[in-house]
Design a protein around this ligand. Structure first.
Ligand code: TLP
Length: 347
């Protein structure tokens, strides 16, 4: 069966143009810095982000970990959101592998960290305390609804970090979605940060890979750390070729995914048994099952699958559906019809 897959935008398969570019990519040994396609991708990503340099890494998780390890010594603190991916969903890597200590503060409903909370989390110069070294924000903020954080807010966090001599990292797994949602140049969203990570393999549809960007000095450190973590890649140009298509062709079309998410939101609002609260501002639709629905989350997943639609739940009674390149208008309609049928049976 050809499934409509809304579990994440990580499920995107490469486009035909990517497969062609991958098949014909010029490659070399990237551990020697010899892969021309990887080098081209790294130059292109740095230029688009307005940073001095960038590095191709196997995943967003590794990109965030490398950035944290490049900025922090063992025992140093990272101020981050309690609903951020680096805190919730990276297997504790910053502590287990980097020796860094997360100081989580509440993500607000709009995805931000309150400036006051960041300020209060910064440790005083006292031998009993850890040294605060880094502040991280996530844009778009996934678990808060795929919300984009504005240029103005990011600037304020940057100024605060500077005031206290902290480094500033953005987990921008979906930073191009944020730029599209806010209608701003991505450069403006990342300018205040010392480092940024973004993913090629989510809404940009590449099969594998993320980028980290920052100063030349930061990237030189990151290159060594990538090797240390086992992420040195050889003829990675075959993957980088897809990444170039992502940057050249896919960044400009994300608004279509956002429009479909809105369409799905409007349609699901009419389905009895669902509570669809916040209008999506990027490519994610979050909803809850009403009390009256007796089906468990797993039963909803199973019943939807039988009808050709893959969905996933994100918290008890809560689901997240993510639109992407491979979900068209017919997919939105099929999903809504399937959900209506499943919940009508389970109410
Ligand atoms: N997010 C995935 C899952 O891990 C939850 C998803 O389906 O959304 N930062 C953010 C904000 C992310 O959402 C993700 C992946 C990552 C980092 C990690 O990227 P990968 O999966 O490439 O390690």
């Amino acid at each position: 069966m050809d499934y409509i897959d809304l579990r994440s935008d990580t499920v995107t398969k490469p486009t035909p143009e990517m497969r062609e570019a991958m098949a014909t990519a010029e490659v070399g040994d990237d551990v020697y810095g010899d892969d021309p396609t990887v080098n081209k991708l790294q130059a292109k990503a740095a230029e688009m982000l307005g940073k001095e340099a960038s590095l191709f890494v196997p995943s967003g998780t590794m990109g965030n970990l490398i950035a944290i390890m490049a900025h922090c010594a063992r025992g140093e603190e990272v101020v981050c959101g309690d609903r951020s991916h680096i805190y919730m969903n990276e297997a504790g890597g910053m502590s287990a592998l980097g020796g860094a200590y997360p100081h989580a503060i509440p993500n607000q409903k709009d995805g931000t960290l309150r400036l006051e909370d960041i300020r209060n989390a910064i440790q005083p110069d006292d031998q009993h305390r850890a040294v605060t070294r880094l502040v991280c924000i996530e844009n778009t903020q996934n678990v808060c609804g795929g919300i984009p954080l504005t240029v103005e807010y990011t600037k304020q966090v940057g100024e605060l970090a500077k005031e206290y001599g902290l480094k500033f990292h953005i987990d921008g797994a979906r930073i191009f979605n944020a730029a599209a949602a806010l209608d701003v140049d991505v450069k403006a969203l990342v300018a205040p940060a010392d480092s940024v990570m973004f993913c090629l393999s989510k809404g940009l549809a590449s099969p594998v890979g993320s980028m980290i960007a920052g100063t030349r000095g930061f990237i030189a450190k990151a290159f060594r750390l990538r090797k240390m973590l086992g992420g040195g890649m050889r003829q990675a140009g075959a993957l980088a070729a897809a990444g170039l298509v992502s940057l050249e062709k896919m960044t400009g079309r994300l608004k279509q995914d956002h429009a479909r998410a809105k369409k799905l939101f409007e349609a699901l609002k009419q389905v009895p048994g669902l509570r669809v609260e916040a209008k999506p501002s990027s490519n994610m639709v979050y909803f809850k099952l009403e009390e009256a629905i007796r089906l468990t989350e797993d039963q909803v997943v199973e019943e939807m699958k039988k009808r050709g639609v893959l969905v996933d739940w994100s918290a008890p009674r809560e689901f997240r559906l993510v639109t992407h390149y491979w979900v068209d208008d017919a997919g939105v309609e099929k999903t809504t019809a399937a959900m209506r049928e499943v919940l009508a049976q389970g109410g």
